[in-house]
Design a protein around this ligand. Sequence first.
Ligand code: SF4
Length: 633
Amino acid sequence: MESAISTFNVEESPWGLKQGIAHEKFLEVFEPLPEIKEILLTSESLDEARERLSKFAEELLWKYKNGEISVDSIDRWLAIESINVFLNIISEYGEKAAGFSTLEYLWKAAKGDKHVLSIITEGFVEEFRHLFRAMAAVSGYSKGWLGPKLEAAGIKFVDFSKIKGRKAALARSEYLDKEWNYIRGYLQRYPSGLDKEIIEKRKKQREQLMEYFGITEDEWFDYKWQFSHVLKREKGLETLRELNELGIVKVPEDDLKQVELAVKYHIPWGITPYYLHLWDFQEPYLHDRQVRRQVMPPDWYMKNMIIHREDREYYFDFMGEHDTSPIDLVTRRYVTIAILKAYDTCPQICVYCQRNWEVLEPFMAGSFPGWDKIEEALNWFAEHDSMMDVLITGGDPLALSDKIIDKIMARFAEMDHVVNIRWGSRIFVTVPMRITDSLAEILGSYIEPGKRNVSISTHVESAYEVTPEMGEAAYKVRRQGIYIYNQLVYQRNVSRRFENVALRIALKKVGIDPYYTFYPKGKIEQKDYLVPIARVVQERKEEARLLPGQFRPDEPVFNVPRMGKNHLRAWQDRELVGIRPDGSRIYLMHPWEKGISETKLYTYPDVPIKEYLEYLESIGEDPNDYWTIWYYY
Ligand code: SF4
């Protein structure tokens, strides 16, 4: 079983949650199920506790299944799910998979063991408090997270068993309207770059930058100017400092310090002037966290990148691309698609980049491997007729010249088995003016109805990034008959209630279809970007579902190293097998090949939910808005 656990000893925690819980306080977690406390307190050994607890849980499970306990049917369903989780966690198999005994911590904490009480955190306590509530069917989940809020606002649930016909339909319609009004309150917190005031604000900011750089509007909208003025290295740092000193763009001291370190230690960093103008110049991190954090590295990330700068090629290769490359420039994890890495750099650097071990700097010298190497990789595709779909990526390959793009397209078009030629590019977000009429025409010219399609996968993170410029670029491409899909990395800076819904709506306006909602690269240097898996699933269930189907075709996925995407919506594709003393859940991920052929499971320690909720609170969110998160396993 492969694992991402090894970095930290089970009793250490990278998450910064305060360790140490008073015994009395800990015992409160058993309130919904005092029988569990009794068993733990009176068991003389771990094995005795395990045996008695499993007997108790199995009997309880049967009572729910058999209808002997009368509770709401949704609470009954959750009780059954949570009892299964509990049985997994206390099982010997679960312990072996997790690499430690959760039950031992639970048992010892219940008995008042000083050492254990000194290392567990609220994260551990809250996991069990909620697990026991769910097992006792007293979680309140059956009312939903929104139901009680609507009720408090006088919006009553329509019970179809009491009213019928038109009367029922009208009541239900009124209820749904009011529900939407309530949700709109959340959505208004996430302005889109298509909103009139934001367009106005950015026009002024653009003019300020144009004046600073001494350029005309034509130059600003020329992608070549954007490409050659990316803020990077010492010069980029100096520009940022100067913009700050002149009062044009406020940049917090700590951000400047991190960029200094990035420059000093050659850690990937860079921003295009276009992307810079999406920031709120005068109010850093008030409403623009989702764009600033995209490109401004935080302290923890920087420290880890510095520590591992010598071995980063392997240390940060989360997806194990070294093991999945049959030939240079090609990565293959699936049956009918492979990746061609045609350009190893991007116009700017996303801090959480999955390829931060190889994409080292914007427009880094030597990033174009040369046509001969590309030709060899293309020959590999020609020889593999399973390659129905090809993804040309990098880096950002749409930063290549039209000539090279055309040559790559022409070569793929010679391969009869290639049904879809797909470009992976973030250019719509970083330099949308790169999508010129001629580029769009080149791409579109390779569509042959009945034979071959062309598409683009892009990477928009928030509604704030969706601008009229992006809309224009997308339309140029769509007019050629090219589909555009979005791959969102669901990182914590874009994970507030309904934030992804706001993005889906903005994307619809510019004709881009949500495609994947990715769990971020699950490595600890990315801790300021990670969310609990439960949050991804909660968003899908409680927020995305409120949109029409065509607004939410995206699938939430977790990337299992070397194997690829694992669907998170399918609970049968993972098992919760442990809870560390810091509250981090340990999952056993089942790769997509399960049920198709032999495969190996992958162990993943998740973000403690408590830590994530504290983060949300620190940026002004109400953690109570998220309380159902505990019940997604
Ligand atoms: S656009 Fe993609 S490849 Fe480039 S830095 Fe961002 S995440 Fe990495």
